[in-house]
Design a protein around this ligand. Structure first.
Ligand code: PA5
Length: 445
């Protein structure tokens, strides 16, 4: 498990004065002390720190349920949004073969409000054996609640109430919320999200682990990777603690005028890892008028679109490259007698090798264009390294948030759209806001 994650900051150094770096180091060291003493804002949401160890011990019954889901289903529909959706999808898409095969297929619902999508899903479910894992910490979030009402009706019509209840698994609060009430009344088997773990930090609770295990991903190895990373995350030394090193770099670049961080992966299977990262960093840091804007690209695909801006647009960004050292499965370019396609010079070379040269070439090109770039190297894309990566990012964002002077564990800014949506939908209790908003709709009416 040694060095599942390495950080190289060579291509940032020219952009950072020594005093900027040492000021950042001091801020992050203070942030680490705050985190360790549990004395900072939001410290009642630090359950994530010890989760991998606790989850490892509590894993056997969850694995049994996952096996049951696998045995009784062709499809598992995972219903949830935000922190109750992205972690599971990130891990599953990173670690399952991209084209599925005969294994249980995992579909996602409740992460947006589009009737065409859900209607097509219901058509697709016909004739297949279906289970549902509905996930909501609050138990009241509108998007998953809408999707679940529709899917529950479909399950009950299809299977009858009793069999539908055997095929529905709820992950929610231990005591409160509409989903808890529903699960208790209907007799759904349920898993609990601890009170002291926020949504975006919940991937190592049943929120992430049940769908991950049901998808056939090795959840024990995932947690072992997170546990190994946790062993490093207490050190105050950037050489011993990659989360500390990353937080220092981000903080120094932010205070040197870079306001956007682009996480640039070179592996399409990591696309949802970057989506999960965007939520983790955006919701944790973006408040009180502060915070790096987290953006993401998948290369080399996006070098043919966003690459232009990164190379040559407004200079306010830095990149963090995410690259896997070893390809578990690879393919080499065939040798050919003719050279009509002009690729003879690559014959026999692997795509991992070509990808590495693309990453290196991009780093140097963007550096010449005035974009600092850091490199996070994963030893491989495996359950253990992905577990380590997720825990690394969780620690880094906690340190970054405290260094920035914000509470990294709340999300007050996600409420306003919800209030407006309720008012426009005429939810009881929002009548006055409905009238105010309707008067302001203008071109949207
Ligand atoms: O990070 C968060 O807290 C949010 O993204 C939530 O996870 C998201 O809003 C879903 O909330 P809930 O699990 O209560 O349905």
């Amino acid at each position: 498990m040694s060095d599942m994650i390495r950080i190289d900051d060579t291509n940032c150094r020219g952009f950072l004065a020594d005093d900027a770096l040492s000021a950042a180091r001091n801020r992050v060291a203070e942030a680490l002390a705050t985190l360790q003493s549990r004395s900072g804002p939001g410290s009642d949401f630090l359950g994530w720190v010890d989760l991998p160890v606790q989850a490892r011990e509590a894993l056997p019954p969850l694995l049994e349920t996952a096996e049951e889901i696998r045995a009784q289903s062709d499809v598992l529909v995972v219903v949830g949004i935000g922190g109750s959706y992205l972690g599971a999808r990130a891990v599953i898409e990173a670690l399952r073969p991209p084209f599925g095969g005969d294994d249980l297929s995992i579909l996602y619902a409740g992460h947006h409000i589009d009737g065409g999508y859900l209607s097509a899903m219901l058509d697709h479910l016909e004739g297949r054996r279906v289970s549902i894992n509905v996930i909501s910490k609050s138990g009241t979030t509108t998007e998953p609640a809408i999707a679940f009402r529709i899917l529950r009706r479909w399950m009950e019509d299809r299977y009858g109430k009793a069999e539908a209840a055997r095929r529905i698994f709820a992950t929610t609060d231990a005591r409160k919320g509409a989903l808890r009430t529903l699960a208790d009344e209907e007799g759904y088997r349920s898993f609990v999200i601890p009170d002291d773990v926020g949504g975006r930090f919940s991937v190592f609770t049943p929120v992430g682990l049940l769908p991950i295990a049901a998808a056939g991903v090795n959840a024990a190895a995932l947690l072992d990777g997170a546990i190994a990373m946790r062993g490093k995350c207490g050190f105050r030394d950037p050489h011993a603690n990659p989360a500390f090193a990353y937080a220092v770099l981000r903080d120094a670049l932010y205070h040197s005028g870079q306001s956007v961080e682009v996480l640039a992966s070179f592996h399409p299977q990591l696309q949802y890892i970057t989506e999960w990262w965007k939520q983790l960093f955006g919701e944790s840091e973006g408040k009180d008028g502060r915070g790096l804007f987290p953006a993401a690209v998948t290369n080399t695909t996006d070098l043919h679109s966003m690459g232009q801006y990164i190379q040559d647009g407004q200079r306010m960004l830095f990149e963090t490259f995410l690259f896997s050292d070893i390809a578990e499965v690879d393919i080499a370019l065939p040798v050919s007698d003719d050279d009509t396609d002009g690729l003879r010079y690559l014959a026999g070379r692997t795509l991992a090798d070509v990808n590495r040269q693309a990453m290196r070439g991009t780093a140097l090109a963007h550096l010449s264009g005035g974009v600092p770039n850091a490199l996070i190297t994963l030893s491989s894309i495996s359950p253990a390294s992905i577990g380590a990566l997720l825990y690394f990012f969780e620690t880094a964002v906690a340190l970054s948030g405290y260094a920035l002077g914000v509470n990294p564990f709340d999300q007050p800014g996600v409420e306003e759209y919800k209030r407006n949506m309720f008012a426009l939908l005429r939810k009881p209790g929002f009548e006055q806001l409905h009238d105010e908003l309707t008067a302001r709709l203008g071109g949207l009416s």
